[in-house]
Design a protein around this ligand. Structure first.
Ligand SMILES: [Zn+2]
Length: 334
């Protein structure tokens, strides 16, 4: 793509993303109909975090029940291992991190409708009031915390750059932020062992999301082992059943983690790459997921489930990268 066309596409994508009316337009476009037909044979795995907007999440479930076929993790794992194929328009609901709102708001809505789901939990936080490290980082930066390990930036961008550091460097940066901020991060509600069991009883299967949620590709070998296998043991103890499913923190795949997961008998692993899944065609430990939030409008959700918006997102990202490359001196391009 030439730089001018790439810049135009990147601008267009940016505008479309922030424009609510654009979703309606997209949903009515011939492209949506074409993408929907193509998506019918794929599996849509929705990757939520919390259920911050229960009423809107309920509207999501209405749409899923009306137009799609919610399936269980067990069913997806069966298909991913060459068993029975999934019905057309299958969808699997998943949540990452084990936010307490999944139990408080998500569970009653899911259980009342019999919609199965998976919640990927960080067992190192279960039963504590420790904040998620990314929430703590944002709080510390907002309260004047600084670290010389990353350039000063907006709180959310600081989280983004910390994810690029080695795990050791990230821990040191966090310690510096704690030492320099004017106020520590307040305690955060985390799921309890009782709530984990209630989730499972209500049809929300508990999966492994590592012990403390580092980016595994930034960790040393020993830590990768601990993050995967210690989390596995703790979750087995907490729920009385070994987890069979794993979600890579931040979606960062790691070969070493893959080996430990195979060793521990895992049947599914999930990415966070905003793609429709094709369980028969991909490795069961690398299933694609769609990025969504409980606040996503229903109209936008429809264009996500068809794969249209994810395709536009990828095109926009490619264009933005092309623009960034075009802006660099030739010698620094790789
Ligand atoms: Zn996560």
């Amino acid at each position: 793509m030439n730089p001018e066309a790439a810049a135009r596409l990147a601008r267009w994508h940016g505008r479309l993303d922030g424009w609510q009316g654009g979703d309606t337009l997209l949903r009515r476009s011939p492209a949506q109909a074409w993408f929907r037909r193509r998506a019918a044979g794929r599996l849509a795995v929705l990757g939520y975090h919390g259920v911050e907007d229960p009423a809107n999440f309920e509207a999501h479930l209405d749409l899923l029940q009306r137009r799609f076929v919610p399936v269980s993790l067990e069913r997806v794992e069966e298909a991913a291992h060459g068993g029975r194929a999934l019905p057309s328009r299958s969808v699997l609901v998943t949540f990452d991190d084990g936010d307490h709102t999944v139990h408080a708001h998500g569970l009653p809505l899911l259980a009342a409708r019999g919609v199965p789901a998976v919640c990927f939990v960080i067992p190192g936080l279960v039963g504590t009031s420790a904040p998620f490290w990314w929430d703590e980082t944002e709080h510390l930066v907002r309260n004047g915390g600084t670290t010389h390990r990353v350039p000063p930036a907006r709180p959310d961008l600081t989280v983004h750059t910390l994810k690029l550091l080695s795990e050791r460097e990230r821990q040191l940066a966090l310690a510096e932020l704690r030492a320099t901020a004017s106020a520590p991060c307040p305690p955060q509600r985390q799921l309890t062992a009782v709530q984990l069991r209630e989730l499972e009883k209500g049809g929300v299967v508990v999966g492994n999301h590592t012990l403390t949620h580092p980016c595994l590709d930034r960790c040393g070998d020993d830590q990768v082992r601990r993050e995967v296998l210690e989390a596995h043991d703790r979750l087995t103890e907490l729920t009385g059943r070994p987890p069979t499913s794993f979600a890579y923190p931040n979606g960062n795949v790691d070969e070493r983690a893959h080996r430990f997961l195979t060793q521990a008998g895992y049947r599914s692993g999930f990415l966070y790459n905003h793609r429709l899944a094709d369980p028969g065609a991909r490795h069961p430990l690398r299933l694609d997921r769609l990025v969504v939030s409980s606040r996503t409008s229903v109209v936008r959700l429809e264009t996500i489930l068809s794969g249209l918006r994810p395709a536009l997102f990828r095109a926009g990202r490619r264009a933005a990268r092309a623009v960034a490359r075009a802006g660099q001196p030739l010698s620094s391009r790789s």
